[in-house]
Structure formats: structure tokens, C-alpha cells
Write a protein that binds this ligand. Structure first.
Ligand code: NAD
Ligand code: UGA
Length: 471
């Protein structure tokens, strides 16, 4: 091909765009990478000492590359004009209105980036869809770009799909050592040439056999399928956890023994209070909507079951807390340990229609029972918790019943129960005898992550209740 990628721009300086570009810049000293965003405050933070997101090892990589071949800018137009390759890495939240409300992803941000590219490209570009989108989204982007190309012979575009598989909390190691990189594109001479350009970027650090190339639709669909399969494993083990609680089987033993079969595998079988995060529910609903729009009702129902079990698991855990505490939480203080949807991340962003952490829902159910919640999380800022809880429970109720604590011992003081919501490592190391001594009696502990030594807690005096274990 006649194009060599020397400058990359990424539109969207979020959880995906920021870390991805930091890693590309660190691995490709010969390429200049600029990350742009319409949110100027976010760009200011990326250029400061306090990055807008927390990921292990992100700080070091950004500091090493920033100003060398990694730049953060609010000047979207200039960066697009100068780059040969453009990543679209904007958010694609679940639609909260109109056709497909509550299921279909909202592509308005993706479309607006495509229109900006069409307006200001000035020359040939490879446009790479990195956001998670429905199948055929690349075609919509291409339609906008080709309309501009028709009016201006200096323009030419190739649209590729290159979904991101990183998980929050391990973004940098996932990016440095990916299981695979997936690139889809048109199976034409120009399409294959564009694919080869993007392959050569990743080949700087990813072994060639780990870079999979497919047609555009396979690549788009694979992203939805990968998240749906992962979420399905969690819903499967969570459905099993309820059977364990009722029968005396132990979900840890079942997951281990079943997962030892190499065809099943040990990962992603950790029973929990339900999956959270910005993408699993959103992307499964995206797949459900795709099935529905293709008139595949049975397939849609099948995947919808994954989301239904997740909601049921959250409700079930809250109900267990209420039941075990004599059916009333009125005026009782409950210490919630953890608010983040998983450890090593502070991300509990609230996007209407795609709510994040299971903690928000369990808290909502407990607040409706008039409980007083004292929440401790090592990373999530207090104002985030208050904002998210207010969103689902109303700010008046939250102001009266929610207290954010700076340490777990303060949260547990005079509480009737401790509820483990996030699997932070530090919760394993706490002095539970000291916590117990400061609590009201009888003191209960609800392990929503099946992560503590329950026998030890029982010896201390706790009434212990756990997901997936008959207590
Ligand atoms: P994010 O909300 O953290 O970041 C998106 C950014 O895009 C925001 O900063 C927003 O201001 C910016 N933006 C939106 N429209 C814009 C426009 N027209 N011009 C310039 N900037 C614009 O989102 P994210 O978590 O980085 O996710 C991005 C995409 O990647 C989503 O489709 C998501 O499903 C997918 N994804 C996310 C993860 C994850 O772990 N968060 C992992 C894999 C894939
Ligand atoms: C997930 C996928 O793992 C990534 O591959 C994908 O790129 C990303 O979604 C995305 O598309 O956004 P993430 O949501 O960051 O990443 O985190 P996960 O580690 O997958 O955890 C998601 C949720 O499932 C968390 O609440 C976690 O606690 C829960 N979980 C995970 C379980 O309850 N049990 C498990 O065994 C594993």
C-alpha cells in the first residue's frame, strides 16, 4: 500500500482510548499518537499529574511517553487532519429513548465522530472502529464517509473493526500481552491493505499468530459474543450458587471440580453478587436486540436469560440480608465493604440505562428497608457513591440513610452487619475480631464474594451468610 502509518489519532480519551494509546505509544516509538476528546476537562487531567482514570502501571507509561510520542489534545479537527489512522473509541451506552430503548446501543457519538472525520479529513484515512458496536456499524460509518468521498476526490477511506478486549483493573497487562488482537475489514484489495497497516502497528509488540484477521462483520459480532459468553459463565455459576445454598453443596468446590475439566476451564466461575461494569449488561442487551431485529426470538430469549439471572442474583442477596436480620432493617446500621464493581478499579460510572456496580442495586434494596448504610471503599470517591445511589434511590433518602466512611473499622462500629460487596484484597486482611467487638450483637456477615474464611468468622462469633454456601 502507499500509506505508512506515522500518526495515529484516537477520538475518545476514556477507559479504552487512554490506556490503549499509552501502550501503542510506548511500544511504537516511530509512531506519534494523539488522544483527543470533546471533554476538555478530561484532556486537562490526562495532561496533569492526576490522570482521570486509575489503572495499575498506567501512570508510569503515560509519564514516560507523554510529550515524546503521546499527546492529549482537545483539538479534535487538527489531530484528525494530520493522522493517517483514526481510532474511534467513544462511548456506546444503551439507548434510553425511542426505538430499541433499554437494549440497543446508542450510536450517536460514533456517528458524530464519523461526520467530523468526513468534514475535516482532507486526505486518505484508515478509520478503525474500536468502540463496541452492533454488527454492521462499520457499514453506517462507511456510508457517511463515502458520501464525503464522492464530493471530494482527494478523500479515500477504509473502515476497519478492531474491538478491544481489555478488562478494567488489568488494562495495561491485557494490552501488553493480549490473548489475541482482532482486526476485521473489507475483503477487497484496499480493505486487505488497510488491515495489513493496522497489523503492522500491533506487530511492534504482539506476536503475529495472535493477530486474527476476519471480515468486518465477524469482528464486530465476535466482540458481542465474547462478552456474552463471559457474562453467561458468571450467570451460570450464580444460578448454581442458589442451588448450593439450598442443598449444602459448596459453590467453590463445584466450580473448582467442574472447572478442572479442560473443556470447561477454571476461569470466570467465581460466584458473586452479580456482574457489574460498564459493558457486560450493555453488550448482552446489544446482542439481544440484534437477535430481536433479525426475528430470532429464541436466540434473544436465550441471551436475555443471562441478564435476568444477574438481576435475580442481586435481589436474592439483598433479600437474604433482610430475611436473616429478622425481616427488618429499620434503624439498623449496615457496613458495606466495597462499592466498586470489581477490585483494582474505581470505575462506577453511571450512564443512564447501563448501571454499573451491583452495589448500587443491593444498596437500593436495603435503603428501601430503611437501613442505614455505612459504605467503605478503598478507591471510589464519596461523591461518586452519593451521585450513583441518588440516581436510583433519590437524593433525599440517600442524604438521610447513607454515610461514607474512610476506613472499614469506622464503618462497622455499632453496625448489625457487614456486607462484602467487592473482592478487594485488603478485606481478607482485616482484623475481624476487632470489627466484631465494635459491632451490635448478634453480628452478621454477608459474603457477597465468597472470599473470606467462614469458619474463622464463625469462631469469632459472627453469623455468617455467603453466596453459594449453606451457612
Ligand atoms: P468512556 O466513557 O470512558 O470514554 C469515551 C470518551 O469519548 C469520553 O471521554 C467522551 O467524552 C468521548 N467522546 C464521546 N463522543 C465524542 C466525540 N464526538 N468527540 C470526541 N470525544 C467524544 O468509554 P470507554 O469505557 O472508553 O468505552 C469506549 C468504548 O469501548 C465503548 O464502546 C465500550 O463498550 C468499549 N469497551 C470498553 C471497555 C472498558 O473496559 N471500559 C472494554 C472494551 C470495550
Ligand atoms: C469485561 C471483559 O472481561 C473484557 O474482556 C471486556 O473487554 C470488557 O468487559 C468490556 O467490553 O468492557 P470488565 O467489565 O472490565 O471487562 O471486568 P471483568 O473482569 O470482566 O468483570 C466484570 C464483572 O464480572 C465484575 O463485576 C466482576 O466482579 C464480575 N465477575 C467476574 C464475577 O462475578 N465472577 C467472575 O468469575 C468473573
Amino acid at each position: 500500500s502507499d500509506m505508512v502509518v506515522k500518526k495515529i489519532v484516537c477520538v475518545g480519551a476514556g477507559y479504552v482510548g487512554g490506556p490503549t494509546c499509552a501502550v501503542i505509544a510506548s511500544q511504537c516509538p516511530d509512531i506519534q499518537v494523539t488522544v483527543v476528546d470533546m471533554n476538555a476537562e478530561k484532556i486537562r487531567q490526562w495532561n496533569s499529574d492526576e490522570l482521570p482514570i486509575y489503572e495499575p502501571d498506567l501512570d508510569g507509561i503515560v509519564k514516560k511517553c507523554r510529550g515524546r510520542n503521546l499527546f492529549f489534545s482537545a483539538d479534535v479537527v487538527t489531530a484528525i487532519r494530520e493522522a493517517q489512522l483514526i481510532f474511534i473509541s467513544v462511548n456506546t451506552p444503551t439507548k434510553t429513548y425511542g426505538l430499541g430503548e433499554g437494549r440497543a446501543p446508542d450510536l450517536k457519538y460514533v456517528e458524530s465522530v464519523a461526520r467530523t472525520i468526513a468534514e475535516c479529513a482532507g486526505g486518505p484515512k484508515i478509520v478503525v472502529e474500536k468502540s463496541t458496536v452492533p454488527v454492521k456499524a462499520a457499514q453506517s460509518i462507511a456510508q457517511i464517509l463515502y458520501a464525503a468521498q464522492r464530493d471530494n476526490p482527494r478523500l479515500s477511506f477504509q473502515v476497519l473493526s478492531n474491538p478491544e478486549f481489555l478488562a478494567e483493573g488489568t488494562a495495561i497487562s491485557d494490552l501488553l500481552k493480549p490473548d489475541r488482537v482482532l482486526i476485521g475489514g473489507d475483503q477487497t484489495a484496499q480493505g486487505l491493505a488497510a488491515i495489513a497497516e493496522l497489523v503492522s502497528v500491533y506487530e511492534h509488540w504482539v506476536p503475529r499468530e495472535r493477530i486474527i484477521t476476519t471480515n468486518t462483520w465477524s469482528s464486530e459480532l465476535t466482540k458481542l459474543v465474547a462478552n456474552a459468553l463471559l457474562a453467561q459463565r458468571i450467570s451460570s455459576i450464580n444460578a448454581v450458587s442458589a442451588i448450593c445454598e439450598a442443598t449444602g453443596a459448596d459453590v467453590r468446590e463445584v466450580a473448582h471440580a467442574a472447572g478442572t475439566d479442560s473443556r470447561i476451564g477454571p476461569k470466570f466461575l467465581q460466584a458473586s453478587v452479580g456482574f457489574g461494569g460498564s459493558c457486560f449488561q450493555k453488550d448482552v442487551l446489544n446482542l439481544v436486540y440484534l437477535c430481536e431485529s433479525l426475528n430470532l426470538k429464541e436466540a434473544a430469549d436465550y441471551w436475555m436469560g443471562v441478564v435476568n439471572i444477574n438481576n435475580w442474583q442481586r435481589r436474592r442477596f439483598a433479600d437474604k440480608i433482610i430475611c436473616e436480620m429478622f425481616n427488618t432493617l429499620s434503624e439498623k446500621r449496615i457496613a458495606m465493604f466495597g462499592f466498586a464493581f470489581k477490585k483494582n478499579t474505581a470505575d462506577t460510572r453511571y450512564e443512564p440505562g447501563s448501571r454499573e456496580s451491583s452495589s448500587i442495586y443491593v444498596a437500593k434494596h436495603l435503603l428501601e428497608e430503611s437501613a442505614h448504610l455505612c459504605i467503605y471503599d478503598p478507591k471510589v470517591p464519596a461523591d461518586h457513591m452519593i451521585a450513583e445511589l441518588s440516581n436510583v434511590s433519590g437524593s433525599a433518602r440517600v442524604a438521610k440513610q447513607v454515610f461514607v466512611c474512610n476506613d472499614p473499622y469506622a464503618a462497622a462500629k455499632n453496625a448489625h452487619a457487614i456486607v462484602i460487596m467487592t473482592e478487594w484484597d485488603e478485606f481478607k486482611e482485616l482484623d475481624y475480631a476487632r470489627l466484631y467487638a465494635s459491632m451490635m450483637k448478634p453480628a452478621s456477615l454477608f459474603d457477597g464474594r465468597v472470599m473470606l474464611d467462614h469458619n474463622k468468622l464463625v469462631d469469632i462469633g459472627f453469623y455468617v451468610h455467603s453466596i453459594g454456601v449453606k451457612c
